[in-house]
Ligand binder design. Structure first.
Ligand code: FAD
Length: 510
């Protein structure tokens, strides 16, 4: 650390967001372009190099955070880039998308705001590209082994890049027309612009990874055939089985799953569609589900010009500070205000409420809270018009045990309802990849695997959400890297690829 007193003299300052009124008129990232570098060297200097860096432990990738904080505070960007890429293939993704469990584990966060680790990561990652420090790393020697990676989300991409660099011939099979998984179709561009993805894909192609997009394994090519054609297979198909809300009126037109809605907005940004056939423009939108997918629906609906946006969370509003049950350095469940919530709040998005029972629009519209969220809110039913279109959502307030509180029933106007209730694993599609490869699945539909990411089918490995269940980009990358190390060892007898998780407690060199 260049300044041992940095944490005493410098206050935490985050990458500033653009003004709400400006950013909701476009799909660009919410941050001020060029606003990061002027801050970040001093922010990195706040790292105490505390000796026992809990941030390492908290990061699934084992990012070498104090090392690159020190290098950034000394403006040694080249060395910082090398240290960052030693543990993370795609820091520009995590630098934008990660909820940063590392910051929850930062020792400074015991009694002060944490170091802005995620911002420092994004700054190094962006500098890498600006300074041309990320050339393709084609392998010196090619093995005679081939690997099929099924799925091109962050898990599949990380596994593919590691295995390609280890010298194997890697083919990535992707059902969608473009590679990227949820980074492409799911996560909105205002959280991560897609040029970051394109750049990495170009790097991977230059290194020798082959992509077969528009190819659904299990339908366009048999999974068994793929297994026979390749020496190993990595299943990285994600967890996309959307959970349902079995209440009366679910069948009405206009009640849709979040993942039916979000990819259409992505396609508008890609230039595939002029406008979304499921656009929120002019509609009263209710998002059911209080998680990040729901927040992405809020931000998307705001940009599409919704008349109102309300997000319902069945859980009570969490506190602003850690409670006793979630001590440092755990990742606490506290009230967080995402960029999308900030936008919905600042634009005064309001829940339009019907007068009780009558079905007519009441005169008073009640604010859904400062940022369009209603907590402890459980959906009872949807009601529709004669054409079968949803018109309203009835809800009640629930207690901690999710029992309705008497006298709390209310009806909100709803022209578009988006369900964001979480996802199960791919195991329910028994006639698809999972069934064809004979993979065992658990109760959540996730593919079972051992500590080496191996399934019960020889030569078939699993990484990312498909095995772990709906999770995070950082976990997907970590699992992709770890699974690649295990595949490399399976193919070659030993490996020099790093293995951040899973088989980490045993030496990987056989
Ligand atoms: P995915 O990204 O789901 O990729 C799986 C890929 O496999 C897909 O491209 C799919 O088309 C392909 N595929 C599936 N079946 C087949 C087949 N049979 N043949 C060929 N290809 C197939 N995490 C964060 O850390 N930060 C965030 O901000 C964040 N936002 C999110 C927003 C949304 C809307 C959602 C749904 C999730 C979000 N997540 C976020 C979670 C994160 O995106 C996932 O944990 C991560 O993408 C999982 O990566 P994966 O590679 O395992 O799967």
């Amino acid at each position: 650390m260049a300044d041992p007193k940095g944490f005493l003299t410098t206050a935490r300052q985050e990458w500033p967001r653009r003004p709400v009124a400006e950013r909701v008129r476009d799909w660009d990232e919410v941050y001020v372009p060029g606003g990061l570098l002027p801050l970040v060297e001093r922010q990195a200097d706040r790292c105490m190099d505390c000796g026992v860096p809990f941030c390492h432990e908290a990061c699934p990738l084992g990012n070498l955070i104090p090392e690159w904080n020190d290098l950034v505070s000394r403006a040694d960007w080249r060395a910082a880039a090398e240290r960052l890429h030693a543990t993370n293939n795609f820091p520009e993704f995590t630098g934008r998308l990660c909820p940063a469990p590392c910051e929850a584990g930062c020792v400074l966060a015991i009694n002060q705001p944490a170091v802005t680790i995620k911002n420092v990561e994004a700054a190094i990652a962006d500098r890498v590209w600006a300074d041309g420090l990320a050339p393709p790393q084609a392998p010196d020697r090619q093995s005679d082994k081939t690997v099929a990676v099924i799925g091109s989300g962050p898990a599949g991409l990380a596994a593919a890049q590691q295995l390609t660099r280890a010298g194997h011939t890697v083919v990535v099979y992707e059902r969608d027309d473009r590679a990227g998984g949820l980074l492409r179709y799911g996560i909105p561009a205002f959280k991560m612009e897609k040029h970051h993805l394109e750049r990495r894909l170009a790097q991977m192609r230059a290194e020798g990874t082959r992509f077969r997009t528009g190819t659904e394994v299990g339908r366009d090519v048999g999974a068994g055939e793929l297994r026979a054609r390749h020496d190993a297979v990595v299943v990285a198909v994600g967890a996309r089985e959307a959970r349902e809300l079995p209440v009366p009126g679910r069948e009405l037109a206009g009640v849709r799953q979040a993942m039916e809605y979000l990819p259409l907005a992505n396609r508008v940004c890609e230039g595939d569609l002029e406008s979304s056939p499921l656009s929120a423009a002019g509609r009263h939108v209710i998002v059911v589900g209080g998680g990040d997918t729901g927040a992405d629906c809020v931000g998307t609906a705001v940009r599409e010009g919704a008349a109102s946006v309300t997000q319902l969370d069945i859980r009570p509003r969490p506190g602003d500070e850690r409670d006793e049950g979630q001590p440092w350095p755990t990742y606490p469940h506290v009230h967080r205000v995402s960029a999308a919530h900030e936008e919905a709040g600042e634009l005064g998005s309001e829940a339009a409420e019907f007068s009780s029972g009558a079905g007519d629009l009441g005169s008073g519209a009640e604010a859904a809270g400062l940022d369009a969220r209603l907590f402890a809110a459980a959906t009872v039913r949807f009601t529709g018009d004669k054409a079968g279109r949803v018109r309203a959502l009835e809800l009640v307030t629930v207690d901690e045990e999710r029992r309705p509180r008497p006298g709390t029933a209310r009806t909100l106007r709803a022209d578009l309802v988006l369900l964001a209730l979480g996802f199960d694993g791919p195991g329910h599609e028994r006639d698809g990849v999972v069934g064809q490869l004979g993979l065992a699945v658990d109760a959540r539909g996730c593919v079972e695997r051992d500590a080496d990411f191996a399934t019960g089918t020889p030569g078939v490995f699993v990484a990312g959400d498909a095995g772990r269940g709906q999770s995070l980009v950082v976990w997907a990358i970590a699992e992709g890297r770890a699974a690649a190390a295990c595949v490399d060892r399976y193919l070659s007898g030993s490996t020099s690829l790093p293995c951040p998780i899973g088989a980490f407690d045993r030496p990987l060199v056989a």
